[in-house]
Design a protein around this ligand. Structure first.
Ligand code: ADP
Length: 188
């Protein structure tokens, strides 16, 4: 049996398989690049579904800040997405595991949740950051992601609901296994 839900105080952490662009959460998180230029994977899907308004806001942000370093996040509107906000964060590129990748990945989740709280979002959807083109091994990324989110929810008690949208079977199983492990540790 694999887990798909974990209660963290008054908050709930959920795993779902599917396309994050359809998420009806208040915010969706984008696995962006440092130039916020759009691209393939989940980034391309969000810009295609959300329309050009999101890219226009991204360009404006980049004009102001130059580039977005790994581990940080910024917010734009959701354009035509059901979600009202898109939180763009830059995951680390996997370099073998000794280049602070885990710290940067955890920071992506924490800073995104900080922004979500600033905008009073009650629900947030995350993709599996860095495990596509950026090459972070799924079995290692899943526990880092889930631990970062649960630790943050435990401290802050908001937002009410965090959903990981896992696109394919492999990602879903890796997160389900990691969540089961985390739930077992939390019980003891
Ligand atoms: P990164 O560059 O951070 O590795 P990718 O977009 O290449 O980002 O991949 C991150 C994860 O997002 C991968 O598991 C990929 O399968 C997944 N993904 C791609 N499209 C979507 C989508 N529409 N909804 C949710 N997840 C998606």
């Amino acid at each position: 049996m694999s887990s798909t839900f974990l209660a963290v105080g008054n908050c709930g952490l959920y795993l779902e398989q599917g396309d994050i662009t359809r998420s009806e959460t208040d915010a969706v998180v984008n696995a962006a690049n440092s130039g916020l230029r759009g691209g393939g994977g989940v980034d391309g899907a969000i810009h295609r579904a959300g329309g050009p308004e999101i890219m226009a806001e991204c360009r404006q942000i980049i004009r102001q800040i130059g580039f977005l370093p790994p581990g940080q996040a910024v917010r734009t509107g959701g354009g035509r997405l059901p979600a009202q906000h898109v939180i763009h964060t830059v995951g680390p590129v996997w370099q073998g595991g000794h280049a602070s990748e885990a710290e940067q990945l955890a920071s992506c989740y924490r800073t995104s949740l900080d922004i979500a709280r600033t905008w009073q979002c009650r629900s947030v959807a995350f993709p599996s950051i860095s495990t596509g083109v950026y090459g972070y091994p799924l079995a290692q990324a899943a526990p880092v992601a889930l631990r970062a989110v649960t630790a943050d929810l435990r401290r802050q008690q908001a937002p009410d609901k965090v959903i990981f949208f896992l696109f394919d079977d492999r990602s879903y199983s890796a997160y389900a296994q990691a969540l089961e492990q985390l739930a077992a540790e939390t019980d003891t």
